[in-house]
Design a protein around this ligand. Structure first.
Ligand code: DAK
Length: 256
């Protein structure tokens, strides 16, 4: 399998393992990623998903360019929908995902990182949507997720020039959440540990509410927030959190 999935304590870890092609995304690999996301969704005790690429050169150099040529338009359309639907599974996972970007994250690789809940970069990370140089535009969500993350002006400039965005600029413009100086996997574990100790269903409410912020008018989004924040009160974890505050002790959340 080119896509490996394993458990590391409370974390699920997905690794793209095709370093000789810089972890480029063939359609078969896209399907494997989709299956792996389904497996993660069914893991009873995973509290976050880390996504990483094998080798030290690339997280993922994008769609497998060699596979993209000489296909019928109808197959291209299906290919775009496949990539979009696989990456959209990350939104629907019950747990947050963190892309650990070591080296190049180009095209579909950048889009996989963009679809993740969070992104951490190593100091050799380089992002880009170079599709324009191939006479294409991004097809796996880049035109929709990049502007939502960093604003339309910056996103368009990156998409229309196809230029590279190094780790430091990526951090400055909010494309990545953090830059890790040391071991990237360890940095990923530490990053995840900052939220995984909280109540899983409440974390999910937070993700759902913020996802909706990019999709709907303010007053509809506020309605969603009112519903989800009220729903949190129905959980025992909210009672435990507030009781622990009053009793000056650490809360013991039970994900319920
Ligand atoms: N696809 C296939 N093979 C790739 C690849 C890719 N994206 N990227 C690298 N490789 C392969 C190289 O061909 C090479 O293989 P061999 O020649 O050794 O067999 C090996 O990985 C090592 O790459 P390089 O020798 O090029 O390594 P360098 O360090 O010199 O350069 C690089 C690294 C990342 C700068 C360079 O490899 C590069 O520019 N790669 C391509 C980056 C890129 O353009 N990515 C794709 C963007 S387009 C769709 C619509 C749109 C899309 C998809 C679908 N539908 C409507 C269906 C667009 C998707 C994209 O992602």
């Amino acid at each position: 399998m080119t896509v490996e999935l394993h458990k590391d304590d409370e974390l699920a870890v997905l690794r793209l393992n095709r370093p000789d092609a810089l972890n480029a995304l063939s359609f078969d690999i896209l399907r494997q990623i989709g299956n792996a996301f389904d497996e993660v969704a069914a893991m009873p005790d995973a509290r976050a998903l880390l996504i990483t690429g094998a080798g030290d050169k690339a997280f993922c150099a994008g769609a497998d360019i060699k596979e993209l040529r000489n296909r019928r338009l109808v197959d291209q359309r299906r290919g775009a929908e496949l990539g979009q639907s696989v990456f959209a599974k990350l939104d629907r996972l019950p747990i947050a995902s963190v892309a650990l970007v070591n080296g190049y994250a180009f095209g579909g690789g950048a889009e996989l990182a963009l679809a993740s809940t969070f992104r951490i970069a190593s100091p050799n990370a380089v992002f880009g949507l170079p599709e324009i140089k191939l006479g294409l535009i991004p097809g796996y969500g880049g035109t929709q997720r990049l502007p939502r993350l960093i604003g339309a002006g910056r996103a368009l400039e990156i998409i229309m020039t196809g230029r590279n965005v190094k780790f430091d600029e990526a951090e400055r413009i909010g494309l990545v959440n953090a830059v890790a100086e040391g071991d990237l996997m360890e940095a990923g574990r530490e990053f995840a540990a900052r939220f995984t100790r909280y109540s899983l269903p409440v974390l999910e409410f937070a993700r759902r509410a913020v996802q909706r912020a990019g999709e709907m008018p303010l007053y509809e989004g506020l309605q969603v927030e009112a519903e989800l924040s009220t729903l949190a009160y129905r959980l025992q974890d909210a009672e435990e959190g507030m009781a622990a505050f009053e009793e000056k002790r650490k809360p013991e959340f039970r994900d319920g």
